[in-house]
Design a protein around this ligand. Structure first.
Ligand code: FA5
Length: 331
């Protein structure tokens, strides 16, 4: 075949190849070992013909390389079109999650008490009336027992109304000495407002040992608040009443905002109410079979939302449950 004819035929075959496999066939046919061109090259006798044939070979090789690139690009285009994927686009940023503020604070509280040698007790959200009220020497007529205050699942079972229920469960399964905190979700039929939610978090602290007094409670609470809110916090106790502690107290901390001089947050008293506490009533020990002559203890319970509100100056605890990321992502 005339070289010009061969070239025209080869070029149109290269152009006509529509897949990489077809192009390979074309290459073998026109440039392979048994191809006409290779045979002609082998048979060359004069320099001029040799140069002309080599130039032809180079042109064909170049044309094949160009066509191969075109085909690869077209295949890739097709793949992208099919899969809707453009690998050259910058990736979407992956939003980073974080722990909920209440979880962060719960963990911080746990760390403070673990540092004091306390254990973290994982209680139950569904408890017997015995654990939540009876064993805690709560009178049958006490208002907290009322179905308008507490969620009853049946006559003997309630959704945990306070983490004090976990005091009983822990003491029933352990022998003293006992140093534990029990953080957990509580339920009460409270109408939601800025400081109340029907579900909220509390944590209970319980210490049972020989010779425990109110002074131990005071020292522990002071250490805790200073660890959480800063060393300049002061804590004061006021007498109060709880069915399961005697004496009972409520404690206040100096206001996080004004430091005690008085402001709108602390209603100009300089103090913010934090929770209830007391020396464990001997009747509670009797109910679970500890000898009240031998063992004594203190307990306190705090709302975790309240702590978070104070620490971050948040005016409404509903923000914690509404899951508005514009609020939560700030912490
Ligand atoms: C108690 O629940 C007692 N069990 C505390 C206690 C423990 C006393 C051990 C003695 C010994 P009180 O009902 O005051 O106490 O609740 C304690 C804290 O839980 C409150 O100060 C408040 O911070 C939080 N709390 C109570 N109800 C709600 C609610 N509906 N929403 C948000 N937080 C609440």
């Amino acid at each position: 075949m005339e070289p010009q004819v061969l070239e025209r035929e080869a070029q149109s075959a290269i152009e006509g190849a529509s897949t990489a496999a077809e192009l390979d066939d074309v290459r073998v046919r026109y440039l392979g070992r048994k191809s006409e061109l290779k045979q002609a090259l082998r048979a060359v006798r004069d320099r001029e013909t040799g140069m002309a044939l080599n130039a032809l070979r180079e042109r064909l090789e170049k044309a094949i390389t160009t066509r191969r690139r075109e085909l690869e690009e077209a295949e890739l285009e097709q793949l992208f079109a099919q899969e809707g994927l453009d690998v050259t686009l910058p990736g979407d940023p992956i939003p980073r999650g974080r722990l909920h503020l209440l979880t962060q604070i719960r963990r911080e509280i746990e760390d403070i008490f673990v540092g004091l040698g306390y254990e973290v007790w994982d209680g139950d959200e569904v408890t017997a009336v015995w654990h939540s009220f009876d064993a805690l020497t709560t009178d049958p007529g006490h208002p907290s027992r009322s179905p308008s205050d507490t969620f009853y699942l049946d006559d003997d079972t309630v959704l945990r109304p306070h983490t004090s229920s976990d005091q009983i469960r822990a003491m029933e399964s352990r022998q003293p000495p006992l140093y534990l905190i029990a953080p957990g979700r509580c339920y009460r039929r409270d109408t939601p407002d800025a400081t109340h939610s029907p579900t909220f978090l509390q944590f209970e602290c319980l210490a049972v040992d020989r010779g425990i007094t109110l002074a131990d409670l005071q020292g522990t609470v002071l250490h805790f608040f200073r660890a959480l809110f800063g060393p300049e916090r002061e804590v004061r106790m006021r007498t109060s009443f709880f069915p399961f502690t005697e004496p009972s107290v409520e404690f206040d901390v100096t206001c996080f905002l004004c430091g005690g001089t008085g402001c709108a947050v602390c209603k100009h008293s300089g103090w913010i109410e934090m929770g209830g506490a007391g020396v464990v009533d001997p009747g509670v020990f009797e109910n679970i079979g500890y000898d009240p002559e031998e063992w004594s203890g203190f307990a306190f319970g705090l709302g975790i939302e309240r702590i978070a509100m104070l620490r971050h100056g948040l005016p409404d605890l509903r923000a914690f449950w509404e899951n508005d990321l514009r609020v939560l992502a700030q912490f």
